[in-house]
Design a protein around this ligand. Structure first.
Ligand SMILES: Cc1cc2nc3c(=O)[nH]c(=O)nc-3n(C[C@H](O)[C@H](O)[C@H](O)COP(=O)(O)OP(=O)(O)OC[C@H]3O[C@@H](n4cnc5c(N)ncnc54)[C@H](O)[C@@H]3O)c2cc1C
Length: 368
């Protein structure tokens, strides 16, 4: 089988690591001169950690990040609205990608290699992200991405700039206000990853070069250490990203082109699942390539098998993530109060149950 992976992001690298484990030939092409990361840090949930376990990389990823055992949602003044147990790792994106790449021989990785078309007999695993060109070959013309109606800023404090109390070092907190949110995720080495989310009409007033003073004004009366976090982060390490997704498409493959990760299903980041689902896609697809090589699956059924194992689950997550964003960014004070009350009254076991399916990765029927 001739397999080409297009894109050296989380999805492409995980697929390369899986094919390496399966023992198949492949090449990975990345348009950038080296591994490219955008956005400082990332959280990897238990479902993706399970997928990484099945290719022998779970421990390596756990060792690179901070273990988060509690996810909390609170009001801007810190009143707890919901709390649930978690098994999640927060780490630098560069460390995640470097760890995935460490499982792949350098000779397989081709940088400065932008691929826009494919050979007839080659399997293309299109992992080139939200602006995927191969997606167009699968889907045809489609509507532009759907705006979620809000914008996120991401930043990372320098080591030791903010001291998180020991009791909170394994807790990720999201503060939900009216039409705005702020998240705090402790990392290793006394660093903190944070994000701020504001409605589009407010976000559009921000000056491109001075995010800090804009965000400080917006969050001026919010719970400590939000202001300190913004203050101690330099402006050139704050990244502003309008949030959007795409509605689920009919099919993830056409002939020998298979989509994975953001190329198949760009989603809002509210559940922290975009990268996690790219990891799941890649592990399943890699194992299915192995099943074809072993004669347990025909190449003509590869696309439909991959799609039936992955697409229904991911379609649900794309929708769930969008809904969580709508709830978190409710812009009406009365509705916000009702939301908060409902969250306080919901037992933790129910919060936990609503997340169970999301956080469970089902291994494909073949393993290597
Ligand atoms: C604000 C925000 C916060 C997020 N937080 C989280 C989180 O906490 N947890 C989580 O799991 N997810 C999170 N995500 C989502 C996550 O970042 C993405 O889902 C993930 O990066 C997708 O990985 P990918 O490999 O599919 O695509 P990408 O990471 O976009 O990688 C695509 C790669 O393909 C390359 N490429 C593009 N075109 C070509 C071409 N023609 N030829 C060769 N190479 C090409 C690009 O250079 C790039 O390296 C977040 C997203 C946002 C916006």
């Amino acid at each position: 089988m001739n397999i080409e992976i297009i894109g050296g992001g989380i999805g492409g690298l995980t697929l390369a690591a899986t094919l390496e484990r399966v023992g198949l030939e492949y090449s990975l092409f990345e348009q950038s001169p080296n591994l490219r990361t955008t956005g400082f840090a990332i959280t990897i949930h238990s479902n993706a950690l399970h997928a990484l376990r099945s290719i022998g990389l779970e421990e390596a990823i756990r060792n690179k990040g901070n273990a988060i055992s509690c996810l909390r949602i609170a009001t801007p003044r810190g009143r707890v609205l919901s709390e649930m147990h978690s098994d999640m790792i927060a780490l630098h994106r560069a460390d995640l990608q470097a760890t995935l790449a460490s499982a792949v021989p350098a000779t397989r990785l081709h940088f400065d290699a932008r691929i826009v078309e494919s050979e007839k007999m080659t399997w293309i695993a299109a992992a080139e992200g939200v602006h995927s060109l191969f997606r167009q070959a699968v889907v045809g013309d489609e509507l532009p991405p759907r705006s979620a109606g809000y914008t996120a800023w991401r930043g990372m404090s320098s080591p030791g700039a903010i001291e998180i109390p020991v009791s909170m070092q394994t807790t990720a907190v999201e503060f939900w206000g009216t039409g705005m949110r702020f998240g705090i995720v402790p990392l290793l080495n006394r660093q903190v990853y944070w994000f701020a989310v504001l409605q589009e009409d407010v976000a559009s007033q921000a000056c491109a070069t001075d995010s800090k003073s804009f965000l400080s004004t917006q969050f001026s009366d919010w719970q400590s250490p939000i202001l300190d976090l913004i203050d101690t982060t330099s402006d050139d390490t704050i990244l502003k990203t309008p949030i959007y997704d795409r509605l689920p498409i009919k099919s993830w493959y056409r002939e020998r082109i298979l989509l994975l990760g953001d190329a198949a299903h760009p989603m809002t980041p509210n559940l922290g699942q975009g990268g996690c689902q790219a990891i799941e896609d890649a592990v399943v697809l890699g194992y299915l390539f192995g099943a074809c090589r072993d004669g347990r699956l025909t190449e003509s059924s590869l696309g439909s098998c991959y799609e039936s194992l992955r697409k229904p689950r991911v379609d649900r997550i794309v929708k769930q993530s969008y809904r969580v964003g709508m709830l978190g960014n409710l812009n009406n004070p009365l509705l916000t109060r009702i939301r908060n009350l409902a969250m306080i009254l919901t037992p933790e076991t129910l919060h936990q149950r609503s997340m169970r399916e999301l956080l469970t990765f089902t291994e494909p029927f073949v393993c290597y």
